[in-house]
Design a protein around this ligand. Structure first.
Ligand SMILES: C[S@@+](CC[C@H](N)C(=O)[O-])C[C@H]1O[C@@H](n2cnc3c(N)ncnc32)[C@H](O)[C@@H]1O
Length: 117
């Protein structure tokens, strides 16, 4: 399993419930609001090789977190999900997770993430 998110990053409060809901799926799951990767970390730990996770986020800092977790990552807007999947060669999805909002570290550094791609 990858490392925990850096201190100060979002701590998802419903990650176990999300993993439970996605538990029956097998295949590619998009974490469309990857952020600090808290949900992806739990999904990887609970579902293992059953799922291949693709992280998407418009915050460039999320790429670093994805690398720490060993999750494939695309910086972009989830509004372009279909385009992103096509560009990544993904032809079917088992699930898509959206965790809308912002993380507190982003509010601390709005210039870094504030503009959409
Ligand atoms: C509440 S945080 C997600 C936290 C994440 N689930 C975790 O466990 O660390 C929401 C994330 O959505 C991202 N986001 C907001 N609007 C977006 C958009 N249109 N496209 C892609 N990412 C977006 C933000 O940059 C932020 O990282």
């Amino acid at each position: 399993m990858g490392q925990d998110p850096r201190p100060g990053y979002h701590q998802p409060v419903m990650a176990d419930r999300v993993a439970e809901i996605l538990g029956p799926v097998e295949g590619t799951v998009v974490d469309a609001t990857f952020g600090g990767g808290g949900h992806s970390r739990v999904l990887k730990a609970k579902l293992g090789d059953k799922v291949q996770i693709i992280g998407i986020d418009k915050d460039p800092a999320a790429a670093e977190q994805a690398a720490r977790l060993g999750v494939r990552f695309v910086r972009g807007d989830f509004g372009r999900l279909a385009e992103i999947c096509a560009a990544e060669g993904i032809t079917s999805l088992a699930g898509v997770l959206f965790d809308f909002g912002v993380s507190s570290h982003q509010l601390d550094t709005p210039k870094r993430w504030g503009s959409a791609t």
